[in-house]
Write a protein that binds this ligand. Structure first.
Ligand SMILES: [Zn+2]
Length: 344
């Protein structure tokens, strides 16, 4: 389907869907809309681990698509951004669909975070290689591109996933937790504690809104330690790694000539990662995330633990408050597939 066809189909679906809604969609602030981007946008950059140039095109998508990666260099195989598709978290978040486990896409977390920050929940991400470019190690470029192209509202409800009871996963003294919150938003509280005194103990709290994401989080770069880079290079990994795409800490010195962009850039980057990791649930979360030394692996385990426990979550959406627990799965199918049926 060409982009103009997608736009036309989206418009038709919008009108059909909107006419069925019993309320004024645009004026109601009690639920989350579905959004895509207003027009396609492309960028290129080096993959952190392969060191090769990768081209990426973000393409608008209709209601119910979700966030889907498409490997244009591998038969256009599609890989939905979903926590169950995470196959590796050791160096970055890597996903693959169960149908094609060998066709992977890695380093998705900073782009996923920017999409969550901008509340884009329907998009196709075409990519001609196995990883998303690392760029400067933050979400700044993704966030500014998304701001430039703008959002396109799709007239359909995106139900939020409301946390109903506390779920915690841990590894040694590190933990990641989701707990109920009265706010209709995701609140985050994250702490880190590193032996290197230049990082040390840092804590940051924030409610996830587009404004907070752009102002506080998007520009914060990933960080690494010089000895880790040396080890990865020996193993033939992180070929694209340089001072241009990460803060590099050597003992208690920052090797990057420009230094830090803010004194708590380290903990804020960990929050950037958590926002991207949690967005793989596929729904906006209403609840509180608390993390201590948590990373991609614990964040992913948290989503598995949450969804396994039927009492720990429920859908929050106008007119969908009566969804019984036994109907949770059918509710997902209805909400995601109904508009597509209209389009066919
Ligand atoms: Zn990161």
């Amino acid at each position: 389907m060409s982009y103009s066809q997608v736009l036309l189909a989206t418009k038709k679906v919008n009108i059909a869907y909107n006419s069925l809604l019993p309320f004024n969609f645009e004026n109601d602030k009690d639920f989350v809309s579905q959004f895509t981007i207003a027009s396609p946008v492309s960028f290129s950059g080096i993959g952190l681990h392969t060191g090769k140039l990768v081209h990426v095109k973000l393409v608008p998508a209709p209601i119910g698509t979700g966030i889907v990666f498409c490997r244009t260099d591998a038969n256009h195989i599609k890989i939905p951004a979903h926590y169950k598709n995470v196959v590796d978290t050791s160096l970055s978040t890597v996903i693959a669909s169960s149908a094609y486990p060998d066709i992977k896409i890695g380093t998705i977390e900073h782009l996923m975070s920017a999409l969550a920050g901008h509340q884009i929940n329907n998009i196709i991400i075409e990519c001609n290689g196995p990883e998303i470019p690392v760029l400067d190690g933050s979400s700044a470029k993704f966030s500014s591109l998304l701001s430039q192209v703008g959002r396109h509202v799709l007239y359909a409800i995106k139900p939020a996933l409301k946390i109903m009871k506390t779920i915690r996963v841990h590894y040694k003294d590190a933990y990641a937790e989701l707990s109920p919150s009265p706010k209709k938003i995701l609140s985050l509280s994250l702490s880190i504690d590193f032996p290197a005194s230049i990082i040390g103990k840092q804590k940051f709290d924030m409610d996830l809104t587009s404004k907070n994401f752009e102002k506080e989080i998007a520009f914060c770069r990933t960080f690494t330690f010089k000895e880790e880079i040396d080890n990865l290079h020996k193993m033939g990994l992180a070929k694209g790694g340089s001072l241009q795409n990460a803060i590099v800490v050597d003992n208690n010195t920052i090797l990057n000539p420009e230094g830090l962009y803010c004194s708590n850039e380290f903990v804020k980057h960990k929050m950037l990662d958590a926002i991207g990791d949690l967005s793989l649930i596929g729904y906006p979360i209403y609840g509180k995330f608390s993390g201590y030394k948590s990373g991609h692996k614990l964040n992913n385990q948290l989503l598995h633990a949450l969804m396994k426990d039927d009492d720990a979550w429920s859908f929050h959406a106008l007119n969908y408050q009566n969804i019984g627990k036994q109907n949770k799965q059918s509710a997902i199918i209805q909400l995601n597939q109904y508009p597509q049926k209209q389009e066919a």
